[in-house]
Write a protein that binds this ligand. Structure first.
Ligand code: DON
Length: 589
């Protein structure tokens, strides 16, 4: 059954493919109708790198139909909402970067479609009467969800850049949900793990529609999601308003009312995606452009690279290099905890944090041979509300005109809160856990926060998502990349950039190298925690680990760190890479 479905998908995609002759006819008709004149082709062909192969194929098909990178991104996002419920969904949110060479100025537009706290949310909503954080309340209950941003986000990107009809971009997702999609091994495995996790939750956390009723299956099974297909069809027909004002909104609000959730019709009606100013820095001459708050990703990446740039880098993956990066990360994450939050509610000192002189001062604190106690690290101090400077499941797509999209999207934890909107067939996010429920108390990813990231009605929780583009010193786009992994996204993206820029690695080699991560706060026992990967092909050599232990780090392992989907452009050729740590796909039109 599984191979048949894939063959069927491919044949449909081929049928939609444009032959040179039809393309010529279309171009003649378009110019006769005064339609957009085609831009100069700059690349041999486009490419889609996505965390799931069927969704990557959807993007390639849209590019073949003459769609641009944003058209493909919208189609891939909706396809991932079907095939990758682990990390993407209509009930989630995210961030998108778009580079359109037609603008002629090298600019990158950054779109914030992050979830927002409902109007009824309160600062202490996850604390008990003693002021202690109630475990799992911000993660796996109806209170865990922010107002979803995905559908408004895709509409905003499409309205600004899209060239194909909206409904056409949703067609493949409808089809995947209706006809079915094949469960790859990684997704089947994650479904099983999440199902066990949800089943083990105490009774008050159980939901109306059980996760297992909705989702499940073995590797190779074909999964159909008819309610989700209906929802996508409504959105395809009626546009984004359907999700926020129409029948889907009604179903979502009913789900909230049934379960004591907070999202109301007014919250949905008020939700807007926002275009923001990107965060930029130069790393050894390369221009790095990334996501501003409410993601910490861009500032943290810039601060990390600015500090790294002040050192001659030790040998890659030596204990010296890992120690140096850990010391840099301690300072970055201390700043993240203190200074970063939703810019609509909190002043982020972006210019100061990404300033080269500030990086030199912080880097000067680092002793290359001795570990600093994380408890001794303080965030940088800046005047409150100082003047603002001008610097303020991932997939990457580049089309043959060089238009590029870096998009990171999430439900937060695997399969979000586990709450399915009955009748609408999608999972709601658990993004409220990205707020700081109480100053200094770590969230599910172990990061702490302060007033900057406390809960408030209508506020967006601080993210670590880091969709990023890197441009050659001479100006041409070189890399489009990003990753999941909570705060380890920042380390992952920084390390891939360092491997390419300093290590002169090709993209695949850079993505294949082992990763490590430090995020500053000492453990409750005062340990200096360093995360490394446990999968044998990504684990560090024993002598390096022994040296790091000798320096005083407590080494903890994760099965893997990050899942990079990236594109590199060299000599007019765009090459896509997906991370072999999980399943994924690269597709060319
Ligand atoms: O926005 C954030 O930083 C997190 N909610 C991202 C979650 C994530 O990357 C999940 N992937 N493992």
């Amino acid at each position: 059954m599984a191979p048949r479905l894939q063959v069927e998908n491919r044949s449909v995609i081929r049928r939609q493919r444009l032959t040179p002759f039809t393309l010529l006819i279309l171009l003649v008709v378009a110019s006769a109708c005064g339609g957009p004149t085609p831009r100069e082709t700059t690349l041999a062909r486009g490419v889609v790198s996505a965390p799931e192969a069927q969704a990557a194929e959807v993007g390639a098909a849209i590019l073949r139909q003459g769609g641009n990178a944003v058209d493909a991104a919208v189609a891939v996002q909706f396809a991932l909402c079907v095939t990758n419920g682990f990390g993407a969904g209509l009930g989630g949110g995210g961030f998108m970067l778009v580079h359109d060479p037609a603008a002629g100025d090298g600019s990158v537009a950054t779109l914030d479609y992050r979830e927002k706290a409902p109007a009824a949310a309160t600062r202490d909503m996850f604390l008990d009467e003693n002021g202690e954080v109630i475990q799992n309340m911000g993660l796996y209950t109806p209170l865990a969800s922010g107002v979803p941003g995905t559908v408004r986000g895709m509409a905003a990107a499409w309205e600004r850049y899209g060239s194909l009809p909206w409904s056409r971009l949703l067609e493949p997702a409808v089809r995947l949900a209706r006809v079915g999609f094949v469960l790859d091994s990684w997704t089947a495995d994650s479904l099983k793990k999440s199902s066990d996790k949800f089943a083990a939750l105490p009774a008050p956390l159980l939901r109306h529609v059980e996760f297992d009723d909705y989702y499940g299956g073995e590797t190779g099974a074909v999964l159909q999601l008819p309610d989700l297909a209906d929802t996508l069809e409504r959105i395809a027909r009626e546009g984004a308003d359907e999700f926020y004002l129409g029948h889907t909104a009604e179903l979502l609000v009913q789900e909230m009312e049934r379960n004591g959730g907070l999202i109301t019709a007014a919250d949905l009606k008020a939700y807007q995606a926002v275009w923001r100013e990107p965060v930029e820095t130069r790393y050894r001459g390369y221009r790095v452009v990334s996501m501003p708050p409410p993601s910490s990703g861009g500032i943290a990446l810039a601060e990390f690279l600015n500090m790294a740039e002040t050192f001659p880098l030790p040998l890659s993956h030596s204990a010296e290099q890992i120690h140096l990066f850990a010391e840099i990360a301690k300072r970055v994450f201390a700043d993240r905890a203190e200074h970063m939050g939703d810019p609509d509610f909190h002043h982020n000192p972006v210019a100061q944090l990404t300033d080269k002189r500030y990086a030199r001062e912080r880097a000067a604190e680092v002793n290359r041979h001795e570990r600093s106690d994380p408890a001794s690290i303080r965030a940088g101090e800046f005047p409150p509300n100082g003047a603002e400077g001008r610097d303020t499941t991932h997939f990457s797509i580049v089309d043959d005109h060089g238009m590029a999209v870096a998009n990171t999207t999430t439900l937060n934890t695997a399969y979000g809160s586990g709450l399915v909107v009955d009748g609408a067939g999608f999972l709601l996010n658990s993004q409220m856990d990205d707020f700081s429920a109480k100053p200094g108390v770590p969230n599910d990813y172990g990061v702490t926060g302060s007033e900057a990231n406390e809960i408030a009605p209508g506020k967006r929780p601080l993210s670590s998502m880091t969709p990023t583009m890197v441009f050659e010193p001479a100006g041409a786009l070189l890399l489009v990349l990003g990753s999941p992994g909570g705060p380890s996204i920042i380390s992952t993206v920084a390390q891939v950039i360092v491997h390419v820029v300093d290590g002169h690695q090709d993209l695949k080699a850079a993505v294949d190298l082992p990763r490590f991560h430090h995020q500053w706060p000492p453990s409750p026992e005062g340990e200096d925690l360093l995360l490394v990967e446990s999968q044998p092909e990504y684990s560090l050599p024993g002598d390096v680990l022994a040296e790091l232990s000798r320096l005083g780090y407590t080494i903890r392992t994760r099965e893997n760190l990050g899942d990079v989907q990236a594109v590199m452009i060299q000599d007019g050729v765009a090459t896509g890479v997906f991370d072999r740590r999980r399943t994924g796909g690269v597709a060319y039109p």
